[in-house]
Write a protein that binds this ligand. Structure first.
Ligand code: BGC
Length: 354
């Protein structure tokens, strides 16, 4: 009897333990409020439409330190942008200022956390976020030697954000210029893309051509044919003498351009639509969606001209299914007056007509 009881007890303990060990671990408390990234390919044209109308959060995280160029990103800015009906935020980031300058080019943890915060706040406001790699002087000066630096940055960035929702897009490099030739850029972008795809198979990746993302250079872009998760981008600041009048970084002549107006004559309009139509031709030929990542006129231009130009460029893009992000939210081109805490109405209306 005693033996029988012992056997029963052993059996019970065994059954209990073995049952327990095959039970799944309790579900971890999920604090992440976003959907996981897609496990199937996405339609790049549809994803491009989600960008629709948005802002560059310029002069903030692409300054050597946030705040050095006057703007620190406040959470409320993201709400303000979303409340006004905008649907996207391009976040220019100068990663090379926040990592080791030698292999393995480790990115500073605190800086990552700051970028995370802004990205998450933007996503919470239902903004598509375009995270880029902005001023990378070392790369533009020597793209062959420093190409590996870009690859290593993207290895870390893509690993870090791999579980973020589809509404986070990556942009490999802002405005390749300097020593970049189309050949060097095409080789490097393919390598970086391969790196990104290891961890982010279906994330949208934005890529623009050399010569500062000039639309004229779109035909020099060679994008991996079988990768359809790509959105092509270009920037538009024509006529430069108008949009960059008095801008300190635009060369010695920039002060001579002060007073240049944009009245919207037929010839002025055609100068813009001609460029866009050519870009669209390329887009149709290559079956790649188009995104105007930057356009804007500096605050030194007169308000009426700025209104007319901004409205015309934005509408011309929209008519052609080109999504856009205005350069930029709250600094020298700013549509938002941070001191007063209000929109500059004429720019807001140009961007988001009632
Ligand atoms: C640059 C900014 C500049 C803007 C207009 C951007 O790509 O990063 O520094 O203000 O273009 O020139």
């Amino acid at each position: 009897m005693k033996n029988l009881l012992q056997l029963l007890l052993i059996t019970l303990v065994f059954t209990f333990c073995s049952k327990k060990s095959t039970e799944p671990d309790p579900k971890p408390v999920n604090k992440w409020p976003f959907d996981p990234p897609s496990s199937v390919p996405l339609d790049a044209f549809e994803m491009n439409r989600k960008i629709w109308r948005g802002f560059n959060m310029g002069n903030a995280l692409e300054a050597p330190e946030e705040g050095e160029w006057g703007i620190v990103v406040e959470d409320e800015y993201l709400e303000t942008i979303a409340d006004a009906g905008f649907t996207s935020l391009r976040l220019p980031v100068t990663w090379p200022a926040h990592c080791e300058t030698e292999p393995p080019y480790t990115i500073d943890k605190e800086f990552f956390a700051r970028v995370d915060h802004i990205v998450q706040e933007a996503l919470k406001n239902n903004l598509v976020v375009l995270l880029n790699n902005h001023h990378f002087d070392q790369l533009n000066d020597d793209p062959v030697t420093n190409g590996i630096w870009l690859e290593k940055l993207w290895e870390q960035i893509s690993e870090h954000y791999k579980d973020y929702p589809d509404e986070l897009y990556f942009e490999i490099l802002n405005e390749p210029h300097g020593k970049f030739t189309a050949l060097i850029w095409n080789e490097l972008l393919a390598k970086v893309l391969t790196m990104i795809r290891k961890t982010n198979p279906y994330r949208m990746v934005v890529i623009g051509p050399v010569s500062w993302n000039s639309p004229d250079y779109l035909p020099t872009l060679e994008l991996p044919e079988n990768d359809r998760g790509i959105i092509a981008t270009f920037h538009f600041y024509n006529p430069f003498q108008f949009t960059h009048q008095g801008a300190s970084w635009a060369g010695d002549d920039a002060n001579d351009w002060l007073g240049t107006q944009w009245i919207g004559s037929i010839a002025e309009r055609e100068d813009i639509t001609r460029v866009m139509d050519k870009a669209v031709e390329w887009s149709k030929l290559t079956n790649r969606p188009l995104y105007l990542g930057e356009f804007g006129a500096y605050s030194t231009a007169d308000d009426n001209s700025r209104y007319r130009w901004t409205d015309f460029v934005a509408r011309s893009a929209e008519k052609r299914d080109i999504s856009w992000t205005y350069w930029e939210f709250g600094a020298g081109f700013g549509a938002y007056d941070r001191e007063k805490g209000e929109w500059r109405d004429y720019l807001l209306f140009a961007l988001m007509p009632k």
